[in-house]
Design a protein around this ligand. Structure first.
Ligand code: GTP
Ligand code: MG
Length: 206
């Protein structure tokens, strides 16, 4: 079975890397002890690009572990948002906050049992209508939500476009159009996340 690290790099380690608690650090600042803010959670239906976005935000400093009491794997990594380092959680695919599968239950529990700084709801631009009901559920649950409309490259190829401003006004949450696989829109997303983070007091260890 391939690990998260290998999957992102198109390699295979035969699962050996899974036992490692941490992968090598990319930058010295990226240390778990520097991340005191509640995490950012990436949520959304299966196959919308959550893990690709997770890799784009966090680089290679990632842990993969089973959610307690389950066989469902959850990846955590550190992202730099402005001057701050914050944990990002890549949750299993979910269709609704009312869970049916074990994966959906883990994703729901991750969102509702611990505080999060912001929830990034990743959706496929080609299937927006099918995916927005979960956006409404997340908003109604009182969670701070950013809508990340991914796969804009494919949507454009289908001749689709999105009125980002109108959607933002309608939903009253930030909306970011992106193509995570092409690294497009990631900087704007970081920009839109920043106001959700509490001001950090002691970031750099002395
Ligand atoms: N064209 C295009 N493909 C993308 C984009 N983002 C992700 N993909 C592809 O979509 C597929 C699914 O991506 P993942 O990141 O594994 O999706 P996921 O949401 O993590 O899926 P689950 O873990 O099953 O919930 C992969 O083949 C990606 O390469 C994008 O912006 N454009
Ligand atoms: Mg994934």
């Amino acid at each position: 079975m391939e690990c998260h690290q290998c999957k992102s790099q198109g390699k295979s380690c035969g699962g050996k890397s899974r036992g490692l608690a941490f992968f090598r650090k990319k930058q010295p600042l990226l240390d778990t002890e520097t991340s005191t803010n509640p995490p950012i959670a990436l949520v959304g239906m299966p196959n919308v690009g959550k893990s690709v976005l997770f890799n784009a935000l966090t680089g290679i400093y990632v842990t993969v572990s089973n959610y307690p009491g389950t066989t469902v794997e959850v990846s955590r990594g550190l992202a730099q948002i402005g001057e701050q380092i914050i944990t990002v959680i890549d949750t299993p695919g979910m269709y609704s906050l009312l869970p049916i599968s074990e994966e959906e239950k883990v994703a729901r529990d991750l969102l509702l049992s611990e505080p999060v700084s912001v929830v990034i709801h990743v959706v496929d631009a080609k299937n927006l209508g099918r995916m927005l009901p979960l956006t409404f559920q997340l908003i109604e649950a009182g969670l701070p939500v950013i809508l990340a409309v991914n796969m804009m490259d494919e949507a454009h190829r289908w001749g689709l476009d999105l009125h980002q401003d109108s959607l933002e006004m309608e939903l009253e949450i930030p909306v970011v159009c992106m193509s995570a696989a092409l690294n497009q829109g990631i900087d704007e997303l970081r920009h839109r996340i920043a106001p959700f983070l509490p001001v950090q007091t002691a970031m750099i260890p002395v």
